[in-house]
Design a protein around this ligand. Structure first.
Ligand SMILES: [Zn+2]
Length: 396
């Protein structure tokens, strides 16, 4: 049996009359997008098993049923935006569907000829149907501002981000605020009759209702978090030419069970992802400081590195110059200084054609690690921020 999307589709076409006589009721894209995903999953699994694929191990694809995430991708046939009211989407087999949000932004681009719809994906997520379009777009990004401005961003849990300008972005803690409701709904669900695989008991309708409420609340939290991160990353990219962030070991920190919920709640990994693609778009440099750069322990005024700094010390006090400064602000200033000191050697990014000239790691870019080599620290992955090693990477 061939594992290519083409081969799977051929087998399906042979078997469909026998195994699924109802196939004609659905769009053929429902089957072909499922088979295309299956082909990708199988290819990922086999390349992971033979060691050709980097990253974590990929398991054999699991079977899907109608209770897992429903989605279907339309690539052929008549679909797109219709109607002058900009509120309707046309989908093959399904027909005209009214949208909750206006589609005017995409519609304007299509009318102006700067965008072309390639595919439409329909998904069902936590009680709502979504349609997303994959679009070929001619982007007209504003040219980067000429005056160089560097901002250092210290990500944290207490406040989501502290900028080297002194600006503090509060952590909205959406999940913490929803936890009370979530716990209540969890108790409610436990009183209702859920499914039981051993006795074959079907879940009651009221259990399903509670589960739907829980899913909606989780979706609300995720959306609120995403919204805040998008606002922060957009403001940073719009107002600066260089953004300096730390290389946080998010996966390692998530293994610490006391920190995991708070780190997931802050969405640090997602922030980095957003920052990177937005910066690439608008010609802004993202400088990632080395994971072992002691941004918290260095004095931002005189450059002396402390040997030890406990996470509970919220105020950084320098023994040699006597400065008293907020711990996170100190770290953010150090991050900004990292680029301000080394920017002439890095050169301007505007001339670079593509790729990521900005993703230079500090340790390699600005000199040698004079202290313990970072390699020996690679073993202990679950080092949370602020408990990092104290070697000097650059002398200022
Ligand atoms: Zn000092």
């Amino acid at each position: 049996m061939s594992w290519s999307a083409y081969g799977l589709r051929k087998d399906w076409n042979h078997a469909k009359d026998e195994v699924a006589p109802w196939w004609g009721k659905n769009s053929k894209e429902a089957y072909s997008s499922g088979l295309a995903n299956l082909a990708t999953a199988l290819a990922n699994w086999s390349s992971s098993r033979s060691g050709k694929r980097k990253g974590p191990k990929v398991h054999f694809p699991r079977f899907k049923n109608k209770r897992t995430r429903l989605s279907c991708r339309f690539t052929t046939g008549a679909f797109g935006l219709v109607g002058a009211d900009r509120r309707h989407v046309k989908l093959p087999r399904i027909g005209l569907v009214r949208t909750h949000e206006s589609t005017r932004k995409l519609a304007r681009r299509i009318e102006a000829g700067t965008a072309r719809i390639r595919s439409a994906t329909v998904t069902f997520r936590s009680g709502r149907w979504f349609v997303s379009f994959s679009v070929d777009v001619v982007r007209s990004d504003p040219a980067p501002t000429l005056s160089e401005s560097v901002v250092g961003v210290d990500l944290g849990i207490k406040s989501l981000a502290v900028l080297s300008t002194g600006e503090v972005v509060q952590n909205p803690k959406h999940l913490e605020h929803a936890l009370k409701k979530l716990r209540r709904l969890g108790r409610q669900a436990s009183r209702r009759h859920g499914p039981d695989r051993r006795s074959g008991q079907q879940p009651s309708n009221r259990w399903r209702q509670t589960q739907a409420r829980i899913a909606r609340l989780h979706a609300y939290v995720a959306n609120a978090r995403q919204n805040g991160l998008h606002k922060l990353s957009t403001t940073l990219v719009c107002a600066n030419t260089v953004v300096v962030v730390e290389d946080l070991n998010v996966a390692g920190m998530m293994r610490n069970r006391r920190l995991a919920r708070h780190i997931a709640g802050a969405g640090m990994g997602e922030f980095r992802r957003q920052l990177k693609y937005k910066a690439d778009r608008s010609g802004v440099r993202v400088h990632v400081a080395d994971r072992w750069y002691p941004s918290s322990k260095t004095c931002s005024a005189c450059g002396v590195v402390k040997a030890k700094l406990r996470l509970s010390e919220r105020i950084f006090t320098c023994a040699s110059c006597g400065i008293r400064i907020d711990r996170d602000l100190n770290a953010a200033r150090n991050l900004a200084a990292l680029v301000e000191a080394s920017s002439p050697s890095c050169g301007a990014t505007e001339n670079e054609p593509d790729g990521n000239p900005c993703q230079t790691r500090t340790a390699r870019a600005t000199g040698t690690a004079t202290g313990r080599p970072p390699r020996e620290w690679r073993g202990s992955t679950s080092t949370p921020r602020g408990v990092d090693s104290g070697h000097v990477l650059h002398d200022s």
